[in-house]
Design a protein around this ligand. Structure first.
Ligand code: SF4
Ligand code: SF4
Length: 358
């Protein structure tokens, strides 16, 4: 399949999606489309203008690139949608044909605001997973400059995008229940400010998601999807390898509580695979299935590859040593043996399919 197919389809992320981090804003996952759309490079202060950034020259050029078919800001190998389109010819979710685009949008006079907003500007978390950070990142002191800037960003979102938002995602870079800012936002959430809101999606380590916490949230009836990132099938691996500061018993208790919710539509339990935990992939699936088999919502288990992350505790060579799914890794065969146990199982989603296709 040639890259000519890219001229036929338009990815709508640059027209809909905004990831707001402390010093960057992105119209897609920054690892897939790494062009920061901020109009300035200096650290964020209270002059930051999120709406101006949304219409910056970089943002406009990304939009042009998904129309002219070059997708020059996108990583053609890492973006799963482009990989699917280029390799199979199948239209990915979130793409439309160029003809449909031309009927629905006027690129030169584009004034649309983002519908999907990701809150990524507070990295505070109760855990210090080595895949994510090298030290604990606590909440900023209330009234400190750092706290005030994060609060300012939250106010900008409410001012600029609350009228257009249909999906709010919190977070992926911190914990929505540990972060005082996000927790207060969810507790005091006022749906009247969000006339088009369809759903809130939370990404959490789950340790603080107790029934008391859940019941304190004004936002709870809008929270339809929760992703709990776990990365272990046993207490030992969880507490001593992948989720430092974590407490396995609290996690399991909270997962059992979550299984009783009737307002959720989807729950995802995620597992970033490394040398530390690949032998627990099957036991993890069994555990999650046992906890959620009678739940009233859909649940699935997502396995992903550990990758180098600048902010994490591992050096690139340490990450290489953890990547058992690479063919030149000494434990690769053992990994495939473990992968066979979950591959094609019900409710499993993983991104190791290429290992079966070659
Ligand atoms: S094509 Fe892929 S990388 Fe580019 S904006 Fe869309 S989802 Fe992101
Ligand atoms: S991976 Fe998740 S739980 Fe772990 S430190 Fe990062 S944000 Fe917190």
């Amino acid at each position: 399949m040639s890259n000519e197919i890219l001229k036929k389809y338009v990815c709508l992320n640059p027209f809909k999606y905004l990831d707001i981090q402390q010093n960057g804003q992105w119209v897609c996952c920054p690892s897939w489309c790494p062009t920061n759309i901020r109009t300035h490079n200096h650290p964020v202060d209270k002059n930051e203008n999120l709406k101006e950034n949304w219409f910056s020259s970089q943002a406009v050029d990304i939009r042009r690139s998904v129309i002219d078919g070059t997708y020059r800001h996108c990583n053609h190998k890492v973006c799963p949608s482009l990989s699917q389109l280029i390799n199979t010819g199948e239209k990915p979710d979130g793409f439309i044909t160029i003809e449909e685009f031309n009927q629905q949008y006027d690129l030169e006079n584009y004034q649309g605001l983002p519908n999907h907003i990701l809150f990524g500007f507070d990295r505070s978390c109760n855990l210090r997973c080595p895949s994510c950070r090298s030290r604990l990142i606590p909440n900023s002191e209330i009234n400190s400059e750092e706290y005030d800037i994060k609060k300012y960003l939250l106010e900008c979102i409410e001012k600029d995008f609350s009228q257009s938002a249909s999906l709010i995602l919190i977070t992926g870079s911190g914990d929505p229940f540990y972060s005082k800012l996000y927790r207060d936002y969810l507790i005091n959430f006022n749906p009247m400010n969000y006339p088009k809101l369809d759903r809130i999606q939370l990404i959490t380590n789950g340790i603080l998601l107790t029934d008391q916490m859940w019941n304190s949230l004004n936002a709870k009836s809008y929270i339809k999807t929760i992703e709990v990132s776990i990365d272990a099938g046993t207490k030992e691996t969880y507490e001593s390898r992948t989720r430092l500061n974590g407490d396995w018993s609290s996690l399991i208790r909270n997962l059992r509580f979550l299984s009783s919710l009737t307002t959720l539509t989807d729950l995802i339990c995620s597992f970033v695979v490394s040398k530390h935990n690949y032998k627990e992939m099957e036991i993890f699936l069994q555990l999650i299935t046992e906890i959620f088999e009678n739940a009233k919502f859909n649940f699935s288990v997502h396995y992903r590859q550990i990758v180098y992350w600048q902010e994490g505790a591992h050096s690139p060579s340490e990450i290489k040593n953890l990547q058992v799914f690479e063919k030149d890794h000494p434990e690769f065969r053992n990994f495939i043996h473990e992968l066979d146990k979950i591959h094609r199982k019900n409710r499993v989603n993983h991104n190791f399919h290429h290992l079966y296709e070659e």
